[in-house]
Ligand binder design. Structure first.
Ligand SMILES: C[S@@+](CC[C@H](N)C(=O)[O-])C[C@H]1O[C@@H](n2cnc3c(N)ncnc32)[C@H](O)[C@@H]1O
Length: 274
């Protein structure tokens, strides 16, 4: 690890999920060690690039639907990742310029680029906090969050491609439940989550690669992903493979060729807190 990176708390001695994901999306904010690990994943599961792209496309559609049809004006996006345009606030503010977004991630490298997440409209507000989803109370009590979000008004909790980094031993359902408990009626959960359902042997290999590289993962079935929405009113079409969640044929992110469930391998859903 270089001294500069070490000083920033960035560990380049092992691959990191945020930087591998940046590679899948065609970004440039990763190191050789991340590229090598990402290429190993891609060799086992060539669909990873499509999965990452469809994950972003779901985030775009879910954000627009929540802004346009459910009156959401505030978002808490945890596991934000290295900025990739359009970022969530750009999508939300394209619909409602006054939208407010708090981003959170536990990777110091994301903090390095957080300035890109702060380019808000003049009417809206955004901020970034370095925080771990495994400590929801710490995250929710961050002073920066209170400056941006009014927790007495609906907030969309956005957990995209995050919860498969929280294993059952870390109490993922309890964590999401505690986050939602802090939000009022009318709030939302938008969540995406990789799944082994369509090709278990391939996803076992992906699990082994991440875990072997020091990042424990737990990819979940549709039933187990649906549990994150317990107590919420699930929007149609329910917990669905990413490209089937309200496809928008006018969306420039939509692929030109047909997608299969096995290629995408991502469960997605949006629920509203009654
Ligand atoms: C696959 S990326 C997803 C990025 C973005 N949400 C998206 O869907 O495009 C997962 C992100 O979750 C972050 N992450 C992993 N574990 C985390 C944790 N315990 N707390 C907060 N962020 C975490 C990683 O650093 C990474 O940026």
């Amino acid at each position: 690890m270089s001294n500069t990176h070490a000083a920033r708390g960035i560990d380049t001695s092992r691959p990191h999920s945020a930087r591998m994901y940046d590679f899948y999306l065609g970004g440039k904010d990763h190191f050789d060690i991340d590229k090598q690990a990402a290429e190993t994943v891609a060799a086992a599961y060539p669909g990873i690039f499509v999965c990452a792209r469809e994950n972003r496309a779901f985030m775009h559609r879910a954000t627009r639907v929540l802004a346009q049809e459910h009156g959401i004006r505030q978002w808490l996006d945890i596991g934000t990742g290295i900025p990739t345009e359009p970022n969530l606030h750009q999508v939300a503010q394209s619909v409602v310029p006054e939208a407010r977004v708090v981003y959170a991630d536990n990777d110091p490298l994301v903090l390095k680029y957080a300035e890109r997440l702060m380019r808000s409209t003049p009417q809206g507000r955004t901020t970034y906090i370095e925080a771990d989803v495994n400590n929801p109370e710490g995250l929710l009590s961050a002073p920066e969050l209170a400056q941006i979000l009014d927790l007495n008004r609906p907030v969309a909790l956005s957990l995209n491609a995050l919860m498969h980094f929280v294993t059952d031993a870390q109490d993922p359902y309890g964590i999401v439940g505690r986050l939602l408990d802090a939000l009022p009626s009318g709030s939302a959960l938008a969540l995406s989550h990789c799944t082994p359902d369509f090709d278990p042997p391939t996803w076992q290999k992906v699990t082994d690669i991440y875990t072997g590289a020091g990042t424990p993962v737990q990819f979940r079935s549709q039933k187990d992903v649906a549990r994150f929405f317990d107590g919420l009113d699930l929007l149609d079409p329910g917990v669905t493979v990413g490209h089937r969640w309200r496809p928008d044929l006018s969306d420039k992110d939509e692929p030109t060729q047909p997608l299969t469930d096995a290629t995408v391998s991502l469960w997605t859903g949006v629920g509203i807190k009654p």
